[in-house]
Design a protein around this ligand. Structure first.
Ligand code: ATP
Ligand code: LTN
Length: 336
């Protein structure tokens, strides 16, 4: 007799902060769509994580809806995937507390994102920022996730999630699936257009990133101004030519061309032509997403329905894990 094969589970999250960038798209979002047929996927807008940095409530609300609309516009089917807001499923915060008690201060203080963000927000180095990776571990472990599609900047956080899962399982038996990462071959770390040795980040100044919703003329302008070097050679050398290497990675990730093919086609013709080719491929990728975004973001009833059904479906899975965790820990509910 044939047995129904249980699909592997995928979980990933994106913070509703600022404008989603081309880095978010190439590093994470694009893979979400590719995986939706083969896996059982949950994609969360992690609004609790966003609170680690001071947010304006009205802006946060808008950014949440914008992020959800971008998820849908980039091809995520809300029937096939569970798309929801993290804060709508209280079990994330609950499991996060539990896992905090199985995580060491030393582990958290080694996290590079914590160091970067506390340097950026020196006036608000709060405990949430410090234990941010524990909440991320809770997000992942709550759903017994097998695979986590993320950009390379999140590798360290995924490692911690694995360590916490193994530690917990070591004490209580097999409670959590230990997750693996899923990284893009090219573009796992899209770099800033102005400082190509730093990652492109949506919380940096406008001219350093391309937003998924940037219009074609803006995209072209930003790419023309992208920092390169004075050599005029289109050769992939991330160490000595980080600006050119970054643009080549973007073009390769979006067009499928190899680095050699890009060099063969654009070397020796000046950076202007090369940058225009990068702009063409970025525009061709983003324009259809922007068109769908306009329609989806205007349809409030549809967004409400995706939001409600997503949190209901996610809650049902989370509830099962929490019952198991509570039982193992010896906390209520008990059967008396
Ligand atoms: P912030 O600047 O507000 O910290 P961010 O731009 O890093 O945000 P996140 O919401 O933290 O965005 O990340 C969402 C996903 O996008 C993660 O999987 C992350 O690895 C990926 N990602 C973010 N920036 C890049 C980048 N420059 N290149 C590739 N992937 C990226
Ligand atoms: N920490 C991630 C966002 C994030 C996430 C997650 C990603 C929160 N929870 C769970 C994957 C799985 C970030 O800053 N990019």
């Amino acid at each position: 007799m044939e047995q129904a094969v249980q699909k592997q589970r995928i979980f990933s999250g994106i913070q509703p902060t600022g404008n989603l960038t081309l880095g978010n798209y190439i590093g994470a979002l694009r893979n979400f769509g590719i995986l939706q047929d083969e896996y059982d996927c949950l994609y969360s807008i992690v609004d609790l994580h966003a609170l680690t940095v001071r947010q304006n409530p009205a802006e946060l609300r808008k950014a949440c809806l914008r992020t959800m609309s971008i998820f849908l516009a980039s091809g995520l089917d809300p029937e096939k995937n569970i798309i929801y807001f993290q804060s709508q499923v209280p079990a994330h915060a609950e499991l996060s507390w539990v896992l905090n008690c199985y995580t060491y201060m030393g582990e958290m203080s080694r996290m590079t994102q914590f160091k970067d963000k506390s340097a950026k927000h020196a006036d608000n180095i709060n405990c949430g920022l410090f234990t941010y990776p524990v909440l991320m571990a809770a997000d992942i472990l709550l759903y017994q996730t097998n695979l986590v599609p993320i950009g390379a900047d999140q590798k360290q956080h995924l490692e911690i999630a694995r360590d916490i899962a193994e530690r917990f399982n070591g004490v209580y038996g097999d409670v959590f699936v230990v997750p693996d990462g899923y990284f893009p071959k090219v573009g796992a770390r899209v770099m800033s257009l102005q400082e190509p040795t730093r990652k492109m980040s949506k919380s940096d100044p406008e001219d350093t990133y391309i937003a998924i919703l940037d219009k074609p003329d803006i995209i072209r302008k930003k790419l023309r101004r992208a920092v390169t070097d004075s050599e005029n050679s289109v050769v992939f050398d991330p160490e000595n030519k980080p600006g050119v290497a970054n643009l080549m990675s973007i073009l390769s990730a979006l067009s499928g061309m190899s680095m050699e093919e890009i060099t063969a086609q654009y070397d020796g013709q000046g950076y202007g032509k090369f940058k225009d080719a990068v702009a063409d491929s970025v525009i061709a990728t983003l324009e259809p997403i922007q068109k769908r975004y306009e329609e989806i973001s205007a349809d409030k009833a549809y967004l409400q329905q995706v939001m409600d059904s997503g949190s209901e479906r996610a809650s049902a899975i989370a509830h099962k894990t929490m019952l198991k965790v509570r039982k193992k820990l010896g906390i209520a509910p008990w059967k008396l």
